[in-house]
Every structure is written in C-alpha cells, then in structure tokens.
Design a protein around this ligand. Structure first.
Ligand code: GLV
Length: 330
C-alpha cells in the first residue's frame, strides 16, 4: 500500500516527466492516445488526487462527480475551453494551463501557415507529388507576396503580440482588434495599431485569429464577417475550431469571395468540414501549432510544475505557476 497521492495522465507523455512525478505520486499514464467518453473520464478521475489532461478531455460536473479527492486538473494547452472552470472552482479543484511557453512556437507556425497559403506551397507540393511537373512554366503557381500587405490580428494576447513582432522583418503593417487596446508601450513594442473589428475585417490582407473560444467568440468569423473581408484576403486560424463557422468559410472560399485560408483548428476536430477538404486554396493542418519538440516538452513540464506546486513540491511550492482559478487556493 502506498500513501502517495495519485496522478493520472490522460495521454502518452515524455519519459522524464513521469520520473519527476514518481517521487511524490503514484503515477498512471495512458500508453495510447485516445478520446475518453464522459463516463470513462469520470471513472478515470475517481480516486485521483491530480490529473494532467489534454484538450480533447472535456471536464465538467459530470466528469468530476465521483472525483472526491481531486485537487488539480492541469491542462496541456494554453486554451482551456475543454474545462468547466466554474464547476472545478465550485468543487475546490485547481485548474492550470500552459500559458506563455508556447507563444513563440505558435507565432512561428501562424507565419508558416500564412506564408504557405500566400505562396500556395501545399497545393504546389500536391501537384508535384502527383507527377505533374514536366516543364517549368514561368507564370505557373503564382502566389502573392506578403510584403506591403496589411496583417490583421484578432485577439492580441501574448501569442498575437509575438506574431505582430515578426511582421517587422516581413515589411507588413499590423492592425489588431482585441477586447481592449494594449497598453501604449506594448503597442509600440509590436508596432501595431488598434482598430475596431469591422475595420480589421475590411482592411486586413491577411487576418490571423488568436483569440480564446468562449460563448462570446463562437463564430466570431461567420458569413457576415467573411462578407466584410476583401476577396483577395486570406484567413489564418491558429486559435480554436468554433471561432470560425467552417461551413460559411468553405462557401466563401469556393465562391472566391475570399482568396485563401490556412487552418490548424476545426469545429469538429479531428473531422474536417468536407467542403474544406475539396478546396485547393486552403492549407489544412492537424492542430499542431505548438508541436515542436521543445515546446511540447516545455508544456508538459509546466503542467507537472503546476501539479507538484499544488502538493507543496518544487520551485513553485504552494503556488502553481499558471493556475487559472487562484481563488481555490484561499
Ligand atoms: C492549443 O491549442 C493550446 O491551446 O495550447
């Protein structure tokens, strides 16, 4: 019999991570990636003192109903729309995310998607692999330069700001919309100008979405918003599926009312709207904006730091570094 608290990790993880937990916890880590049903999650969480979960694990009242010992749910992601924070707080359970450690990787990836869409890289590669490259035609595969075009950013948190800072090197003026304008010093640091949402939609040549999914931001980009965008514009989503109405986007792209899109996230992941799969003017990617070796390890290490800290261990003992509901500590 062990009297160590128990931690459950809902997905396969890096070996060193388990080694950091083992001195303090009895660790159960899933060996395979899979999506658990609500009742499976409830059964997995029952009897655990801590859980490290992924974005596919939706945790609310039904899932924590039998988890009488649970003290923390550490989310492997900066977004936490999969967690019902009110329900967790009401049950006295701490929740944490992986804020900040992924900012630069996600910003890099947003640029990769944007440049890929602008220069038609994926479509050209599909064409090459299909054996169509028999001669080099000077006017074939013409994309568009980003230089001199306006970069719009919807949601100007730390990832949005990291995206904006990269624009200097690409010669793109930056406009943004956010719930509130940035403090002047931050605005200056990323050389970005605050505009209202409608101006952002009308003026952006490339529009990158980096806002969290909440009931207020669901379908923040739907048919009416797409209709305000330039037909030459391209939309990039590295935020969350559900912020964009995928059906409306597929229609706008098919009807050439929007020139292109690059999407890392989808409304019904891992399913992708069939209308998007048919199109050549959209770059599709399987929710991997933070998936560099370094960053996925850093995210996991941060989730572990949060768990250790709540149980009084490690450099942050007593104060999980990225706790979302610090009120539960009181
Ligand atoms: C990824 O989507 C995250 O929220 O970290």
């Amino acid at each position: 019999m062990t009297d160590k608290p128990r931690v459950w990790i809902s997905r396969p993880t890096f070996p060193g991570i388990i080694a950091r937990l083992e001195p303090h916890f009895e660790v159960t880590a899933e060996a395979e990636e899979r999506k658990f049903s609500s009742s499976e999650l409830a059964a997995k969480l029952a009897g655990q003192d801590a859980a490290i979960v992924g974005l596919k694990d939706r945790i609310g009242p039904a899932e924590i109903g039998q988890a009488t010992r649970l003290r923390i749910v550490a989310n492997l992601g900066v977004g936490y729309d999969n967690l019902d924070l009110d329900a967790l707080s009401a049950a006295g359970i701490a929740a944490s995310n992986t804020a900040d450690v992924l900012n630069e990787s996600v910003a890099d990836y947003a640029w990769a998607l944007m440049l890929g869409a602008a220069r038609r890289m994926n479509a050209a590669e599909r064409w090459l692999r299909a054996g169509h490259w028999h001669a080099t035609e000077f006017r074939q595969w013409l994309g568009t330069d980003v230089r001199g075009h306006t970069l719009g950013i919807l949601g100007m948190g730390r990832i949005g700001q990291a995206i904006a800072r990269r624009a200097v090197g690409f010669g793109m003026p930056v406009i943004y919309h956010n719930r509130s304008p940035l403090p002047e010093a931050d605005e200056r640091a990323c050389d970005a100008r605050y505009v209202d949402k409608s101006q952002l939609l009308r003026e952006s040549d490339f529009l990158i979405l980096v806002l969290p999914l909440t009931p207020q931001t669901r379908h923040a980009i739907g048919a009416p918003e797409l209709a305000q965008m330039k037909p030459t514009a391209m939309l990039v989503n590295v935020a969350r599926g559900g912020i964009v109405d995928d059906a409306a986007l597929a229609t706008a792209l098919r009807e050439k009312r929007l020139a292109g899109a690059a999407l890392d996230v989808f409304e019904r992941e891992p399913a992708v709207h069939p209308g998007l799969l048919e199109l050549d003017n959209v770059v599709l990617s399987p929710h991997i904006a933070s998936a560099s070796q370094e960053t996925r390890r850093a995210m996991t290490a941060l989730a572990v730091d949060n768990v250790l800290a709540l149980f009084g261990h490690g450099p942050h003992a007593g104060r999980p570094p990225t706790i979302l509901n610090p009120n539960v500590l009181a």
